[in-house]
Ligand binder design. Structure first.
Ligand code: UD1
Length: 422
């Protein structure tokens, strides 16, 4: 079993460069199958989830050429041979669902198993189905969870999402791009990744307006052409390194991040006492020698505090003066890191969706699990300030979403090693 061994490292110092966004590139790869022409992508992060999405579209007959060193990908969906997403790939990654809209739009059918992915609660997909049905898809779900869908033609529709689901918004936008007529999507997700996807689709010839607001209008077009696109920086990776500076009381210059995408994280870190400022080179997070104090956070859809930074931020809150409250409103079971942080000596009590953290705990190394992607980041960050060695198991979750995590932390002075059979 491959593990990380993490040690108390003192304050992290130096420069880190943020990779392209995982949550942007996954739907963008799926969107590239909407055109029979070639698409070229830059800043494609080298991640397990990206490997899975590439494998998934390749299994449909799409040609994908990646240059891992250059972080580029060329996708040619000239011919789509299959509309069946292989179960093993779909079960590994929930984001596989976003191939459903493009497949329906391009081939008139799609078969996909209900997805797997991070075990952070019941993650239904009825909003994806509701939207695609409104556009004219017939969808049948078997008792075994096999989703079979087909359409004789998609037609624009007015769709109101009960919740601004990121994946459902993406699936609907992609399908509606090739539908006949206009779709009005209300209570849509407003995440920067939605804007990035729509920018890519518009370069392909789609007619989408309003991305980044809660109302998106998509005028369907007959066909889409190839496009070149540079993926936006990963705001969650940026947020994780901002928290890394704070938890280790270090100073990190973060390059290739967009401060506008992480406003709530900046606000909350400042409330704790960190200094954060933009320079020509990037954003500096300075927690050097600071006596950080508690704050409360509540996760919300964008532009609220991101659920994906909840667990790393909770690790930070265990080290600051005072009592903090965390309320998770996006996922109902996103507290699996609490057990792991408690193993390391954190004082956290969870009641329903609220966690109370009593700060200034003496964290100590322990054997912990990366129970999901971001929980994994949380225990690594805690390990950097805990006494002794923290052994992090199930690190494949971390590698799903953080490019060169060990290398980036090491370059900042963090003591972390990837070991086999520890
Ligand atoms: C995306 C991100 C993930 C992030 C999440 C919320 C990707 C690849 N992943 O996931 O990192 O944590 O947004 O910001 O972009 N829901 C329903 N019915 C549905 C769809 C969703 O009830 O049909 C619920 C989910 O169970 C969850 C909430 O809505 O509680 C948010 O889910 P959603 O916004 O769809 O997240 P994902 O697109 O899966």
């Amino acid at each position: 079993m491959t593990k990380y061994l993490v040690q108390n490292s003192g304050p992290l110092h130096g420069i880190v460069e943020i990779s392209g966004s995982k949550n942007s590139v996954l739907p963008i790869l799926a969107a590239s199958i909407l055109s029979s022409e070639e698409c070229q992508l830059e800043d494609v992060p080298g991640l397990k989830d990206v490997d899975i999405m590439c494998e998934l579209i390749e299994s449909l007959g799409v040609k994908v050429q990646r240059n891992i060193e250059e972080n580029t990908a060329t996708i040619n969906a000239g011919i789509i041979e299959s509309s069946v997403a292989p179960d093993d790939l779909v079960m590994k990654m929930r984001a596989s669902m976003v191939v459903m809209g493009p497949l329906l739009a391009r081939t008139g059918k799609a078969q996909i198993h209900l997805p797997g992915g991070c075990a952070i609660g019941d993650r239904p997909v009825e909003l994806h189905f509701k939207g695609l049905k409104a556009l004219g898809a017939e969808i049948d779900v078997s008792d075994e969870g096999l989703v079979t869908s087909k359409t004789d033609g998609l037609y624009g529709a007015d769709i109101y999402l009960d919740f601004p689901s990121v994946g459902a918004t993406e699936n609907i936008i992609m399908a509606a791009s090739l539908a006949t007529g206009t779709t009005l999507l209300e209570n849509a997700a407003q995440e920067p990744e939605i804007v990035d996807l729509c920018n890519f689709l518009n370069k392909m010839g789609a007619r989408i307006k309003g991305a980044g607001t809660d109302t998106i209008k998509i005028e369907g077009v007959k066909e889409l052409k190839g496009a070149n696109h540079v993926v936006i920086p990963d705001r969650i990776e940026a947020g994780t390194f901002m928290v890394a500076a704070a938890i280790t009381r270090g100073t990190i210059l973060i390059k290739n991040m967009l401060p506008d995408h992480v406003k709530p994280i900046i606000a909350k870190l400042r409330e704790c006492g960190c200094e954060i400022y933009a320079t020509d080179e990037g954003v500096i997070v300075d927690a050097e020698g600071k006596d950080l104090k508690s704050t409360d956070i509540k996760t919300l859809p964008y532009p609220g505090f991101p659920t994906d930074i909840q667990s790393p931020f909770m690790a930070l809150l265990t080290t600051v003066e005072g009592r903090s409250a965390v309320i998770e409103t996006v996922f109902e079971n996103r507290y699996m890191h609490v057990k792991e942080l408690k193993r390391m000596g954190a004082d956290i009590t969870v009641k329903d969706r609220c966690a109370i953290i009593n700060g200034k705990a003496e964290l100590k190394g322990a054997k912990v699990d990366a129970t999901d992607l971001r929980a994994g980041a949380a225990v690594v960050l805690a390990g950097l300030v805990a006494k002794g060695v923290t052994e992090v198991d199930q690190i494949y979750h971390i590698e799903r979403g953080y490019e060169n995590f060990v290398e980036k932390i090491t370059a900042l002075g963090g003591i972390i090693k990837k070991v086999e059979n520890a």
